[in-house]
Design a protein around this ligand. Structure first.
Ligand code: MCN
Length: 792
């Protein structure tokens, strides 16, 4: 094999192929695309958190310059279009199905959050559409709004949907209540904790955008949109909303500038654009302004939890019980119900052998933007809860935080937790040991002492996390309420000249698939990555795919490619055998050459590729011409990335300003395809975790329901000076349920880091709790009030 190929295969830190076009301004994002005769849409949004719409008068706006059409909810209803759906059904503990309030594309008679969609204005230019929107007269009857999680289920709270009494969508449970109660009755120590997991607002660099088109000649629709899963968007828009039949709708997600979960969902704007394109007979383009993103992209997290951990006299965990109220916002977004249930409750065992767990989750409606999956989706909430309560248990029992974890680690695999997940493999102590070594835990007291001499408060915090990636197998998720299967597809097309096109159902929007997927193909076929094209994001090219989320593209998407490559190799061997007059079983394929075992007869990859298409003399009953194979891969289990993050922090007691002085992350992602990309993923995830722990908070005014943090003036994103230079390390246990032994890496940083940071801050301050985000103001106020850690 040539050096270039050896340096590009699995395990090599290859630079991202796609970055050339991104950093030279040659990317093709939705907003870069312009269609002939294109119009522009603007959405008039509700200024109220809750109001009845008495009437909408569009007459003045319709006469405004450049206006092409104006649509309201009534127009959509008149066309018998369905509403937006939630694709995961949750059953409450009393056996009743979740209570779903209707989610019209444009509001009908009620608006339910500030930013809810009231009318769509289509004009020749975006500025004209926006100006005309100001002329629309909406007669609202403002109503009281429900915002606070603590009171939203009380009889006095304003109802978000008539279908959901007490604003409760579902009351879900998981685990064994009786066994958990029995274990608590025997406990020598019970540790209790109350936590808020702060609401986050995703901030992808590229705001959401869409262009809807209709071709009168063919009756076909095309939607360019910022989606992480274009096939799922097409399925929902055709089968549920009824915009167009599936075979007449093409959805293209071109280059997408980050999603972090927020672009999984099917939103009102793209739905309205593609529907209205047929009405006006012209393409319609919409690009969100940043303040629209704040108001109407699905938000993340927002949990209120009470948890109790039962321990025996030796500090061994006996049982965990948890009650969580999870905010769903005003409407159920596409996967909103799955995030605080099956993506959360199932991870509450953490890395620990906890014999009994019982968790209850109430999913509640409030007059706020919909809440759905955001990087980590449910698993950061679980890791935060378990790692905060374990740390508190360590402090209250006087056991070292590393030791209490080690004492309770799962050490033999497979391990069945009491909350569905079956951990397949792992070595939790190895990650803990390595992280402690890198951070030099032994010398921490000396560093704390030295910091104190400089007048600084120094603290250290652990997070030994586990998460479930892949979001599969289909049979399992189906039995838990998912409306879709979560396999992945791939097609490998070998061209006559030997270069290769791989079509994948995964979608890359920052994760570097064009590089890592090509590295896999390069390793298998022995050709350089510049001869391999990874094609994704277009429903007319890729037959079907489930898209990218849940850190599934490596473990599931690449496994589908492996399956397709196996078939390609098998067929290519048959062709090589025919050409070299040998039996297929006698052909070896290595480093891009087919050899007849035990002879010097061999053929290069490109020779066999060409022969596949010339097909001269093929025995027609045995070998078909061509070299193209497809595969669907449905994994047998989730993958379980796990590791240990340790944060060391210094706080200036005069100002409350915290500074992360060291952050060590040791992760086990199984086989790593590209260490440079994986490190980038971990860096990005930790940066988002730092944001959640120290800076970001989506805040609504509790009375008016106005979004207080609706711009970068009020919502603090992490910046370079908030972040340290991360110290990364890796351990490796190969995932047994996929052919590459890979575990997902895309969310780990966001899942693991917040508890490590908060554990470090509370350690530095000598307090039991501090809420996220631990801003300088909050830290300073805590220092002033100084409640000390109290042994129970
Ligand atoms: N990889 C690897 N070795 C492994 C695991 C992964 O080399 N053992 C590589 C993969 O081949 C892929 C990348 O790392 O190129 C991430 O793979 P994976 O962990 O499978 O995650 P996905 O590709 O499925 O990406 C989804 C994940 C999620 S869920 C969110 S949210 C997120 C994230 O990725 N959103 C992102 N990272 C993001 N990065 C960017 N830049 N933008 C986003 O929106």
């Amino acid at each position: 094999m040539s050096d270039s190929v050896t340096e590009q295969g699995i395990g090599k830190p290859v630079r991202r192929k796609e970055d050339f076009r991104f950093i030279t301004g040659n990317g093709h994002y939705t907003d870069d695309i312009n269609r002939p005769r294109q119009t522009h849409a603007y959405f008039l949004r509700s200024p109220h958190a809750h109001a009845k719409i008495r009437s909408i008068d569009t007459s003045a706006a319709s006469a405004a310059p450049g206006v092409v059409a104006i649509f309201t909810g009534k127009d959509i209803a008149a066309d018998k279009l369905g509403g937006l759906i939630c694709g995961w059904t949750i059953t409450s503990k009393d056996g009743s199905p979740m209570h779903v309030g209707a989610h019209p594309v444009l509001a009908l008679d009620t608006v339910r959050y500030v930013g809810d969609h009231v009318a769509m204005i289509i004009a020749e230019t975006q500025a004209q559409a926006k100006s005309a929107a100001e002329l629309i007269e909406v007669d609202y009857e403002a109503l009281p709004a429900t915002v606070a999680l603590a009171t939203c289920q009380t009889p006095a709270a304003a109802q978000v949907h008539a279908e959901a009494p007490r604003n409760t969508c579902f009351e879900w449970e998981l685990g064994n209540k009786a066994e958990t109660e029995a274990a608590f009755a025997k406990a020598s120590k019970i540790v209790k904790i109350d936590l808020l997991n702060n609401r986050l607002i995703p901030n992808a660099m590229e705001p959401r955008a869409a262009i809807g088109e209709y071709d009168k000649g063919s009756g076909g629709y095309t939607l360019h949109t910022t989606s992480q899963n274009p096939h799922v968007a097409r399925l929902v828009l055709s089968a549920f909303v009824g915009v167009a039949p599936e075979h007449k709708l093409r959805v293209i997600a071109p280059d997408v500038g980050g999603g972090f979960g927020s672009k999984i969902f099917i939103y009102a704007e793209e739905t309205a654009c593609v529907w209205a394109a047929a009405k006006v007979g012209r393409p319609i383009k919409w690009t969100a302004e940043r303040s629209e993103s704040f108001l109407s992209d699905a938000h993340g997290r927002d949990h209120m939890s009470h948890a109790e951990l039962a321990l025996d006299a030796n500090g061994k965990f006996l049982a965990l019980r948890v009650k969580t109220v999870a905010n769903l916002g005003a409407y159920l977004s596409t996967f909103a119900s799955a995030t605080p249930t099956y993506l959360y409750g199932t991870l509450l065992s953490g890395q620990y052998d906890i014999p009994a767990i019982y968790v209850e989750v109430d999913g509640v409606y409030t007059h706020t933007a919909p809440v759905d999956a955001y990087r980590g989706a449910g698993r950061p909430e679980a890791a935060y809860l378990i790692e905060r309560i374990v740390e508190t248990a360590a402090r209250e029992t006087g056991v070292d935080p590393a030791e209490i974890r080690r004492r309770n680690f799962v050490t033999s695999f497979p391990h069945q937790t009491p909350v569905i997940m079956n951990y397949d493999t792992g070595n939790f102590a190895a990650s803990l040991d390595k992280a402690m070594e890198i951070i030099d835990y032994k010398s921490f007291p000396a560093r704390k002492y030295e910091a104190a001499r400089r007048g600084k408060l120094r603290g250290i915090g652990f997070s030994t996390y586990i998460e479930a990636c892949g979001i599969a197998p289909s049979a399992a998720v189906g039995s838990l309420g998912a409306g879709v299967g979560l396999w992945e597809s791939a097609e490998v097309r070998v061209n006559p000249t030997g270069n290769v096109e791989v079509l994948t159902g995964s979608h890359s929007h920052g994760q570097g698939h064009e590089t890592t997927f090509a590295q896999l193909v390069s390793s298998r076929l022995g050709i350089p990555i510049d001869q391999i094209e990874i094609i994704h994001g277009d429903t007319d090219k890729v037959q079907f795919g489930m898209g990218t989320y849940g850190s599934r593209s490596g473990a599931v998407g690449m496994s589908a490619i492996v399956k397709a490559l196996d078939k390609v190799e098998a067929k290519a061997k048959k062709i090589a055998a025919h050409l070299m007059e040998a039996a297929a079983e006698d052909i070896a394929f290595e480093d891009g050459r087919f050899t007849v075992k035990g002879t010097d007869k061999s053929l290069a990859w490109a020779e066999v590729s060409l022969a596949a298409y010339t097909a001269h003399g093929f025995p027609s009953s045995e070998i078909e011409p061509g070299l193209k194979e497809g595969a669907f891969y449905d994994p047998a289990n989730f993958t379980f990335p796990a590791g240990c993050h340790i944060c060391e922090i210094e706080i200036d007691p005069e100002t409350g300003i915290p500074q992360i002085v060291n952050f060590v992350a040791v992760d086990d992602f199984g086989t790593i395809i590209n260490p440079m990309i994986v490190e980038g993923q971990v860096h990005g995830g930790i940066a988002q975790g730092v944001g959640q722990a120290m800076l970001e908070h989506g805040v609504y005014d509790p009375e008016s329901g106005q979004l207080v943090t609706g711009s970068y003036m009020d919502y603090t994103m992490p910046r370079a000076d908030n972040l340290p230079s991360f110290n990364l390390g890796f351990t490796k246990t190969e995932c047994p349920s996929n052919p590459l032994g890979m575990k997902g890496c895309g969310e780990a940083g966001a899942i693991a880091s917040p508890p490590a940071i908060i554990n470090a801050i509370t350690d530095a301050l000598g307090v039991r709790d501090i809420e996220m985000p631990a801003t300088p103001a909050r830290i300073w106020a805590t220092i002033q009030s100084k409640p000390r850690v109290a042994a129970e």
